[in-house]
Design a protein around this ligand. Structure first.
Ligand SMILES: [Zn+2]
Length: 450
């Protein structure tokens, strides 16, 4: 048993309370007023720490981490072509996963929904990291039956491989990329496979206006309503973005208990637009925040996502209509602890998974300590995180990550990036196919004048 003695925690109203937290068998056993005599295998003096439930990143891509900074200027479609990771060698993906997870841990993240490809060494990195991860296999078919059959084969194999890992922290997901890069059959089939395997279905939805218009043109309805028609919404589904979601779509997400990961920084950086963050909360949607990939953000800091979501909503709403509870709601959407799709409500309570984050109270960003709830949204950043625990195991102590080797990973990244990055003719063909597909979508939504 680990005792976190004399730690500050926040109650639902954001008031700081001083408590002892007992952790055992991967769970918070109890949270009680300070008891000087309580003994444990390890007693940690937490007088200088604020303890939060672990932060959960509802949408990211780890495999492109080494492409960070490659394209900081384009909007989504040309950006997708420029940063398309086809043909990336396994060593590069492995290092990218390692660095992405390392950054996530150092930013107080304990759970990640990752939409990627997962060659075996990357799975080993996921396990070694100690984080909780939904490993969601990214899939596309561009409407081609042959590509679809290959996607289903890959999906089944992925579900089996994650089950074979036997690591309860790593759960399986399928990620048909979006309604514009996947056929209805692929999305529907992935939904069924996820149902059969208790896996998470996740996809990009209504990220851009062009996507929404394309879905309207091809299906006669909006993206979320189309997904409902396909029968894939529900409590095991997490849609990312929702930038252009209508009030009706938000109601459908809420009524079907489908989760939504807002990705404010990525949406702004890729010129996609942004959903005012108060809208999904008001509709009763299970809201997550996501960083999206490090190539479109360019960091994995969920404190920043809270702040950007809040500030953008202020900009759109104005002082008279800004909902004052938004900051606290964003905090609860991020500080979930535990499994990504269930999660808590920003509180530390007995029985929750021991996914905890310890912040240094002397960090100037957390001073004065009387208004911590405010600082977490408007002042804090990844650098205030000192310790991270997942499933009762320490992943970081005093800002040193013990599960992944920062020095070794950055040296490997340096060696990889020093080599020519030509990915060969197959990757070039894949990039060409993607560009062609995106041109078709653009033409559908922007018909040339007669
Ligand atoms: Zn994404």
């Amino acid at each position: 048993m680990i005792i976190l003695r004399n730690a500050l925690i926040l109650d639902p109203e954001g008031r700081a309370l001083r408590k002892d937290i007992a952790v055992g068998a991967g769970t918070v056993l109890h949270v009680v007023d300070h008891q000087a005599e309580e003994a444990g295998d390890e007693v940690v003096d937490c007088r200088g720490r604020l303890v939060l439930p672990g932060l959960v990143n509802g949408h990211t891509h780890l495999g492109t981490y080494l492409d960070k900074g490659q394209d900081d200027v384009h909007s989504l479609f040309p950006w997708l072509v420029a940063t398309y990771p086809a043909g990336a060698p396994v060593e590069e993906l492995t290092v990218a996963f390692g660095l992405g997870l390392l950054e996530a841990i150092r930013a107080g993240t304990t759970g990640v929904v990752a939409m990627d490809t997962f060659p075996q060494p990357t799975l080993e990195v996921l396990v070694r990291s100690g984080l909780r991860v939904v490993a969601a296999l990214g899939l596309t078919d561009y409407g081609f039956a042959l590509k679809r059959r290959a996607a289903f084969r890959a999906a089944r194999k992925h579900l089996d491989r994650i089950a074979a890992l036997g690591c309860p922290r790593i759960t399986a997901g399928l990620a048909p990329h979006s309604l514009y890069l996947c056929s209805d059959e692929l999305v529907e089939g992935c939904g069924r496979l996820c149902d059969d395997h208790q896996a998470t279905l996740t996809l990009h939805v209504s990220e851009t206006k062009a996507e929404r218009e394309y879905v309207r043109e091809t299906s006669g309805t909006t993206p979320v309503l189309h997904l409902q028609r396909l029968g894939v919404l529900g409590k095991q589904t997490l849609v990312a973005h929702g930038t252009w979601a209508t009030p009706e779509e938000l109601e459908v997400l809420a009524s079907t208990r489908t989760a939504l990961a807002l990705c404010p920084t990525s949406n702004l950086k890729l010129f996609s637009g942004l959903l005012e963050a108060d809208k999904p909360f008001a509709a009763g949607v299970n809201v997550f925040l996501g960083t999206d990939s490090a190539v479109s953000n360019n960091n994995l800091d969920l404190f920043e996502e809270m702040r950007v979501a809040d500030l953008f909503t202020r900009f759109r709403r104005g002082a008279a209509c800004y909902p004052r509870e938004l900051g606290a709601r964003l905090f609860r959407a991020v500080a979930r602890g535990g499994l990504p799709l269930s999660g808590g409500d920003g509180r530390i309570v007995a029985g929750m998974p021991a996914d905890l984050v310890l912040l240094e109270l002397s960090d100037p960003r957390l001073v004065p300590a009387e208004r911590l709830q405010s600082h977490l949204v408007y002042a804090c950043g990844a650098g205030a995180v000192r310790e991270v625990m997942v499933d009762g195991q320490w992943l970081m102590r005093d800002r040193v990550v013990g599960t992944l080797d920062q020095q070794e990973l950055s040296e490997r990244a340096g060696r990889l990036l020093a080599r020519p990055r030509d990915r060969g003719p197959l990757a070039a063909l894949a990039r060409k196919l993607l560009a062609q597909r995106l041109r078709t979508i653009h033409a559908t939504t922007h018909p040339s004048p007669r």
